[in-house]
Write a protein that binds this ligand. Structure first.
Ligand code: SIN
Length: 327
């Protein structure tokens, strides 16, 4: 009996349309999920499919309220008995953030595979159909349960914690930097899966939440002043993530103002704008003295996700640092 895979459509380039395939201009989030499925012959042989449309947007417009709706839907399906696995179609621009968010707020028993595409559905050699086909194969694979959320693009299966969009130019847009791949899928067959981890509950519960704490990301650069820090604090940010230079550093002016923000109760996390980086606590910056948190290898976008979730449970920077060591 084939496995039951339920699809949740959210838009993205995989659902995008080009008015003229000879020109680059296109709109993401145009075609509904059923239209994407109809472009993939042989899907019904991989799994029994059902689907629903959550939103149909470019993923630059993904936000906390859609994340919470998605988490609710995923957890409802996972807790029920009607499906075996979920697959989400999503734009690639913020796919890694959504995938990381879901990996933190869902248990890992039910597979949740997220796929996107770099070329719109109408493009010559669109990559969406192949990614959808392989994504369903991964979701339906008997070795998938126990792995929770997985990101599947261009035949590679990634953990959300480590997957990063590293290219805007080709179908192989994602890399797993420090973490390595979880598996490889080719033409509808999982060729290799690393051993599955133990079953675990969700790290954070978002049940009943209708919003997440506001966390802003600021990028450090030569000559960084403190004006945007002041603006974010004045706008009500409960947390700030700094995409620091090098290993999470920033100008003396910015450090001084962030230390004031931290003293007033705003959680300050130092990440790095460098793709391969390790921001160590009390490395170049004295986190103990300023009350900062070091993000280690977690990039700024994902540090924001983790800080938002951590702030739903605590304001204590020592505890938040522990969350960043663990998640
Ligand atoms: C988006 O993220 O929605 C647009 C870009 C893409 O899907 O590749």
């Amino acid at each position: 009996m084939s496995r039951r895979v339920h699809l949740l459509g959210t838009g993205g380039t995989i659902a995008g349309a080009q008015p003229d395939p000879r020109h680059a201009g296109y709109s993401a989030g145009v075609f509904p999920i059923e239209r994407l499925l109809s472009a993939v012959p042989g899907l019904a042989e991989l799994a029994r499919l059902s689907w629903e449309q959550i939103v149909n947007i470019g993923s630059q417009d993904m936000d906390d309220s859609i994340w919470l709706a998605l988490a609710t839907r995923v957890n409802e399906h996972a807790d029920g008995a009607a499906i075996d696995a979920l697959l989400i179609t999503h734009g690639t621009d913020t796919l890694e953030e959504t995938a990381y968010f879901l990996s933190l707020v869902t248990a890992n028993a039910t597979p949740v595979v997220i796929v996107g595409a770099m070329r719109p559905a109408t493009a010559i050699s669109a990559d969406g159909p192949g990614n959808l086909y392989n994504g369903v194969a991964v979701a339906a694979d008997p070795r998938a349960p126990g792995r929770g959320t997985l990101l599947c693009m261009d035949g590679e299966i990634h953990r959300p914690r480590y997957a990063v969009k590293t290219s805007t130019m080709g179908a192989n847009a994602f890399s797993s930097l420090l973490g390595g791949l979880v598996g490889v899928v080719q033409t509808g067959r999982v060729a290799w899966f690393e051993p599955a981890p133990a079953i675990r509950a969700a790290t954070f519960s978002v049940a009943g939440l209708d919003r997440l704490p506001r966390v802003d990301v600021l990028i450090a650069h030569a000559g960084m002043n403190a004006d945007l820090i002041d603006a974010a604090v004045a706008a009500g940010a409960r947390g700030l993530v700094i995409a620091g230079v090098g290993s999470g550093n920033m100008s003396a002016r910015a450090i001084a103002r962030l230390a004031d923000a931290a003293a007033s109760g705003v959680a300050v996390v130092r990440s790095s704008r460098v793709p391969r980086s390790m921001v160590l606590r009390n490395g170049e910056v004295d986190d103990d003295r300023y009350g900062f948190v070091a993000a280690r290898d977690l990039n700024p976008g994902k540090s924001r996700v983790l800080l938002q979730l951590a702030l739903t449970t605590t304001n204590d920077t020592q505890l938040i640092q522990e969350v960043f060591e663990r998640c």
